[in-house]
Design a protein around this ligand. Structure first.
Ligand code: 8YV
Length: 325
């Protein structure tokens, strides 16, 4: 019997390709070329499985043009690159890669929060430019993290990881807003209190965004929300670009509506809104929150295992459940 055929749409670990080759006839994008949607559709002809990453769009047009496709396995926990309703209509299984990146991503969220609050990159650039000539009492004075109020919008696994670090490691008071409230036992372990979005915006000293992207979450933080925040507050976006109105944020940073921001994700990335590049009180990183080798390997393994299990007739390991409307 011939092996199922799988397309690996972005470059991944050679070991992942070797593993897939034990089960499938594999075509891999080893050069990490940017395929157009036409190219992707052409290469998916006759393929039953696709190994995807967050930048590969699976939409109605592609699904209609790829009748052999049975599963797309995303090497990411987020799956806004998938039109899950269209996938359901076309009978194409969708899987993601949850859990394996939670702690690594929460570590990074905290690093970004710290770098933002304590102005690490801004002060380093100053030093590298040779501008450090003397001590000054308020030079690069930032805001305290310990003992402050940590706000979390979106209290899933990664949000809980950040809350745990804040409450137990830094003695922060944790407040959160989410579609649903956590069990009382988890709230008490994380020392976290559920509040309205308005209260979250008003009271957080450091606000971290970790909610999944959905059309309803588009620009959940825009000019109006930024105005509700404290002028001393920092904002960290670890979720998805479209959740923050980047143009409004750049303006709010420039006129000090809020003190600072740390961004790992951007609207339209890898392009970055040019107005963000000219403000100094923002820390910018290129979507690397899950980027440690062990974690990226675990994510790749989980995506590969989903393909192996599903196309081997044993069902998906981590199927995506479409968010409730
Ligand atoms: C991925 C991410 O690296 O898992 C996610 O949702 O945002 C990142 O960890 C990225 O999406 C590439 O797949």
């Amino acid at each position: 019997m011939s092996k199922p055929r799988v397309l690996v749409t972005r470059a991944v670990f050679p070991e992942t390709i070797d593993k897939l080759k034990q089960h499938f006839d594999v075509e891999a994008n080893t050069d990490d070329a940017e395929w157009s949607s036409e190219e992707l559709i052409r290469r998916l002809q006759g393929k039953q499985g696709a190994f995807t990453t967050g930048s590969v769009k699976i939409d109605e047009a592609l699904l209609a043009a790829c009748p052999d496709l049975k599963i797309c396995a995303n090497m990411a926990v987020g799956y806004n690159n998938f039109d899950v309703d269209a996938m359901a209509r076309h009978g194409v299984m969708a899987t993601n890669a949850p859990d394996v990146l939670t702690e690594t991503t929460a570590d990074f969220g905290f690093a970004l929060l710290m770098a933002t609050a304590r102005r690490i990159t801004e002060s380093e650039h100053f030093l590298r430019r040779g501008e450090w000539k003397k001590w000054s009492y308020d030079m690069f004075a930032g805001s305290d993290v310990h003992g402050s109020t940590l706000g979390i919008l979106g209290m899933g696994r990664i949000g809980q990881g950040i809350a745990r670090r804040g409450a137990l490691g830094f003695g922060m008071k944790v407040i959160y807003h989410n579609r649903s409230r956590l069990d009382a036992s988890i709230e008490s372990e994380l020392r976290a209190s559920y509040v309205s979005k308005e209260e979250l915006l008003k009271s957080a000293d450091h606000l971290v965004l970790v909610l999944p992207y959905s059309p309803a979450a588009h620009h959940a933080i825009g000019a109006a929300e930024l105005k509700q925040m404290k002028p001393t507050a920092t904002l960290v976006n670890l979720a998805r670009g479209g959740i923050v109105d980047d143009a409004a944020l750049a303006e709010a940073l420039r006129d000090r509506t809020i003190a600072a921001a740390g961004l790992d994700v951007f609207e339209g990335e890898p392009a970055v809104n040019p107005s963000l590049l000219t403000v100094t009180n923002v820390v910018l990183t290129p979507h690397i929150a899950s980027a440690t080798i062990p974690t990226r390997r675990a994510m790749a393994d989980l995506a590969a295992d989903n393909l192996i299990s599903f196309l081997g007739g044993n069902g998906p390991l981590t199927p995506i459940v479409s968010p409730k409307k």
